[in-house]
Design a binder for this molecule. Structure first.
Ligand code: NAD
Ligand code: 2HG
Length: 525
């Protein structure tokens, strides 16, 4: 039975969905990394929020794991390259908590503008310091957005509703989208110069790390207020402390820290500094949204092969998956066929789809060809890591799509470049579901690629089939099907012989010695 582990605190709706869909689920939030490592091998799926760290070490121990589902947006707690290399899909829920996080940024902006936490603490301490807490209005002020994606653009609409001006720095924001949102698209320096409030909404990447560096904090308008509900590491925390103390920055509100949980920080106690413990996504609405989404996405993947919101694999809807399934089986068999015959001498792969196949999402078909091809020399290849491993091996992979129908209403062809030239195999689906080989290295051969087979290339001579049958029969090997093709009469011929049971190495040697035989390769599908 398919098993999923929920290793962080998650709304109970997630577990309920897994169970409804027939998946066994264990909820074990708060395990130590070692405890988690000890049990992860039992699970097909791991559902997490931000506390679980899906490290390389954990993924190595996760021998059955097929999917990590992040109930949230940021996947920086998952080692994506390690997951991809091990063929584990990583998916997130990119929209479920965006409104909630945008609202938290706005809440923190008001908290800074009116010093709400300090005023609350003072009032509850019985001080009534009415003159101490002079605030600022936000109306008419400029909000500088660093990052204007899902959350940034929601923040922009809310800020515009508050009659603020919004300037956004985001290299990927198109001018059209900026106009549609009603924000000024600006360069970072201009934003730093103009903004009364700055709010960060980018992922943490090599480009965004320390985007508010000491130097950039020095370029801000004196008295700026800064909010970070995105990721720790976007601001130089030591420089921020100095800027708060010097008055360059009038206030800063951090929901996220360079190191979390942030139970101690030099920023704590600095005047003008307020913080929340990574609460951006913490509303009941957002947690229900992300829990439902992650459980549905993971179940679709584990049960139907549907892929939604994957970070390391192209999307494939649960509706598309059953239509693609026979194609992926055909594609994998073609890849396996070529891989077993050619060995590792593969330089390039071109996957062509024609007719009905050209109407489908081609990426999974290509992934299946690569998985079949490379699976012949690596145990751990699957659809997820095959494109990545192909890239690592320097394989030149191309996709070609022909809408027209050729001799077959649907066709998948694989052209493989080797050190000796290019070869091509092709297959179709009989009755839209049964994979059949129809072309093998330029020869028309129709065969069901299944079980144990022997690939034989020989010179077409009278009596060859009889000699082959006798050799197999004498070794007690029963022929299941015999599929033949030839380039021309008395020229090169190709046979794909399906047999019951295994083909011993000695048998391959015996067949190779038969008169006229040029090549013999045992195959397994
Ligand atoms: N505090 C929380 O609890 C919480 C909750 C949800 C999301 N987040 C975090 O918020 C961040 C934003 O989430 P999102 O859903 O809006 O992501 P998103 O991918 O929709 O938007 C990110 C934006 O950043 C922009 N960007 C990328 N590199 C940039 C650069 N060098 N300079 C400027 N802009 C750049 C992208 O173009 C994109 O528009 C993520 O880091 C996410 O993990 C935090
Ligand atoms: O799960 C959380 O509480 C935080 C989520 C947030 O950081 C995210 O990136 O979605």
């Amino acid at each position: 039975m398919t098993k999923v582990l929920i290793s962080d605190k998650m709304d109970p709706k997630a577990a309920a969905i897994f169970r409804e869909r027939g998946i066994e689920v264990d909820e074990k939030p708060g395990l130590t990394p070692d405890e988690l490592k000890a049990i992860i091998g039992d699970y097909d799926g791991l559902a997490i929020r931000s506390a679980t760290k899906a490290t390389k070490g954990l993924l190595e121990a996760a021998t059955n794991l097929k999917v990590v589902g992040r109930a949230g947006i940021g996947v920086d707690n998952v080692d994506i390259p390690a997951a991809t290399a091990r063929g584990v899909v990583v998916m997130n829920t990119p929209f479920g908590n965006s409104i909630t996080t945008a609202e938290h940024a706005i809440a923190l902006m008001f908290a800074l503008a009116r010093q709400l936490p300090e005023a609350d603490a003072s009032t509850q301490a019985g001080k009534w310091e009415k003159n101490r807490f002079m605030g600022v209005e936000v109306t008419g002020k400029t909000l500088g957005l660093i990052g204007c994606g899902n959350i940034g653009s929601i923040v922009a609409t809310r800020a515009l509703g508050l009659k603020m001006k919004v300037a956004a720095f985001d290299p990927f924001l198109t001018p059209e989208r900026a106009v549609e949102l009603g924000v000024d698209k600006v360069e970072l320096d201009e934003l730093l110069r103009r903004a009364d409030f700055i709010t960060l909404h980018t992922p943490l990447t090599d480009q965004t790390r320390n985007v508010l560096s000491r130097e950039n904090l020095g370029k801000t308008k004196k008295g700026v207020r800064i909010i970070n509900c995105a990721r720790g590491g976007l601001i130089d925390e030591a420089a921020l402390k100095d800027a708060l103390e010097s008055g360059q920055v009038a206030g800063a509100a951090l929901d996220v820290f360079e190191s979390e949980p942030a139970t101690a920080s030099p920023l704590f106690g600095t005047p003008g500094f307020i913080s929340t413990p990574h609460l951006g996504a913490s509303t009941s609405e957002a947690q229900v949204n992300v829990a439902i989404q992650v459980a549905e996405q993971m179940s679709d993947f584990l049960l139907l092969g549907g892929v939604t919101n994957a970070i390391n694999m192209p999307s494939l809807t649960a509706e598309e998956a059953p239509r693609l399934k026979p194609y992926m089986s055909l594609a994998e068999k073609l890849g396996k066929l070529v891989g077993q015959i050619l060995g590792e001498d593969v330089r390039s792969v071109s996957v062509e789809v024609e007719g009905a196949a050209a109407q489908l999402n081609q990426k999974p078909i290509t992934g299946a060809v690569l998985a079949g091809l490379m699976g012949t020399y690596s145990q751990t290849v699957n659809m997820v890591n095959a494109p990545y491993l192909a890239k690592e091996r320097g394989l030149d992979v191309r996709e070609v799509r022909h809408d027209r129908e050729g001799d077959y209403h649907t066709l998948v062809a694989v052209e493989v470049g080797t050190s000796k030239g290019t070869v091509r195999v092709a297959g179709t689906l009989f009755g839209n579901k049964a994979p059949r080989l129809v072309e093998l290295f330029g020869v028309e051969v129709e065969a069901e690629l299944q079980g144990t087979m022997i690939y034989i290339v020989n010179t077409d001579t009278p009596g060859f089939i009889g000699r082959l049958g006798t050799a197999l029969g004498e070794a007690g090997i029963n022929i299941a099907t015999f599929n033949l093709g030839r380039r021309e009469a008395l020229g090169e011929a190709v046979a794909l012989v399906a047999v019951d049971g295994d083909v011993p190495v000695e048998m391959v040697a015996t067949l190779a010695k038969l008169e006229g035989v040029r090549d013999v390769v045992p195959l397994r599908f």
